[in-house]
Design a protein around this ligand. Sequence first.
Ligand code: 9MJ
Length: 696
Amino acid sequence: MTYEEYLKGVADANRYAIAYYVHDELLVPDAEYDRLYHSLEAFETEHPDKKAADSPTLKVGGTALTAFQEVTHRVPLLSLGDIFNEEELDAFTARIVESTGQSALEFCAEVKLDGLAVSIIYEKGFLTRAATRGDSRVGEDITENVKTIRAVPLRLMGENIPDYLDVRGEVFMPRDGFEAWNARARLTGGKVFANPRNAAAGSLRQLDPRVTASRPLTFNAYYIGECSSPLPDTQYARLQYVKGLGIPVNPEARVVHGFEGLKDFYAEIGRKRASLNYDIDGVVLKVNSIPLQESLGFTSRVPRWAIAYKFPPEEEITELLGVDFQVGRTGAITPVARLKSVYVGGATVSNATLHNADEIERLDIHIGDFVIVRRAGDVIPQIAGVVRERRPATAVKVTFPTHCPVCGSEVERLEGEAVTRCTGGLVCPAQLKRSLSHFVSRDAMDIENLGDAIVEALVDNKKVSSVADLYTLSVDDFAYLPLDSLTATGKQRVVGTAVARKIVANIDASRTIPLNRFIYALGIPMVGQATALTLAKHFASLDEVRRASRQELQRLPDVGAVVAEAIAGFFEERHNLDVIERLTLKPEDFILGQGLTLVPLSQTQAATLNAEALAGRTYVLTGTLPHFERSQVKEWLQSLGAKVAGSVSKKTYAVVAGDAAGSKLTKAEELGVPVMDEEELIALLKDNGLDPFADA
Ligand code: 9MJ
């Protein structure tokens, strides 16, 4: 690579990054970007003296500092006044109408990002300094840390780059990055953050920029503190100007009119709040015209032309009443916090996950503690922290049980594992109930009418001690099963003959089942529908899957060492083999005298499938399709290498929508994600060698 080629490579890489982070456009595939990046790295290793000041390789972070330097902001960072209701909004707009004499006011309405305010200075187009807000006049120099944020360009882009620019905005951690970071930290014993704001603050306050570089931070600009070039004369146009220089701005910002426009914006963002990929704590409303802003000026502390209109919080304090330990299908014991009900993040919360034993230790949580509950987006409620000062003297430390709360077997925690498990296996009624529920579920054996209440009753009345026993049950076994609930007249409710007949017929109908569904139904740890399908496609029979070595398993797509270990380990357990044998051989005690028949994938499917055809694409299914079940469509798409997700995002490749499609379709339309109907889906499948009508 020549020096000229290197410089062009740097410019290209930066152009791709700005397209991605600022304009949400992918100009080249990831692999192409990676190749370019590595070639730049290689050149820099050979010619360290020629390394460009805006090379993307600088994003990994340079040498560590010993302390942060103070910096005095040439123009102080603004803080905003807060309002909480419509009356206060009315007062805010009325004041502006009165002092400007204008009634048709235009505002720039923005979301209020909940991160850390920073000032970033560009000189002659290059990022030269970044600082925290501090006390608004004096902050800390965090230049090296901010330089590692992928969304922050090291060099501005475009034609008329100002000599000097001080741009302000928020550094924050997106929710997906925060969740992924914490999930990993919980597995590996790393640093767990209470919320994305703390995560962003903690990540920026690192003396070693390489640590900051490892955290999924991003940035949105919302204000210009100072600029040497003439600027547009509205806030909204200034945001577009900043965006044009290659600095990301939040896409929700827009111009609205008058009190009604502000009210609508607040309501609309409020509805959208849970589905955004970042925390916001309100909206920021700014008079759009800069000359009007200047005429309005400041009160002693805050501008008269802008206000923060806050949302109800996504964190609240409540009391920990107790901790339950739930036992899952694989014996994993999950602590669940029972809370005094509290309204938070748009819902009443009375339970929150405590994840595992480490989390209980980390929080040093006591029954009777006041805890901070966080409920943001569609993630299950979490305990973000404990308010230590409010711990009552009577509080009792929570300890993890040494024995299973359901069956009394010892619990064990394997080396390097985050979870603690009950060792009782299917002797444990809790595990048996969950195994049964999974076994009969729609994507597994699809045995209808056999809901959780009946499964509970079967186990509690000792009608079954493994999933194989299902096939030995008669109509009478079900008909007189007592259910937990009472009838309206206070009598014991039972399943009844009509439902019992249906269940037995449905059990019977499940005796012939595609191999992939059966593998999934077994509930092998780490084996979901996609992996089950991979196994069924690769191996002709269950026997072959059972006998496959760890090495053989690892050669399959998407099967790593951990999954291979889980599969092989499952088939090494005596009681699992016993259950499978009873299910698939034809023991006399089975009603109708017959076990299961496992059908391999049909010839048409197995022979023509190109398992990579749709690799890298994520589809979302919604609504009712005229001819096919969603679970069937999901299998087909997965068999062609696609992923099928439950919710729509910018990364969704397409949404397959049937009748009565709801919010997912709306979301797809909002995000501009392509939508296909069943006919288009059939064409797609056929184009890739899969005829959906062949198996019908
Ligand atoms: C936040 N936090 O998202 C401002 N902010 O403008 C937005 N903060 C702000 N604007 C001037 N969108 C001072 C603060």
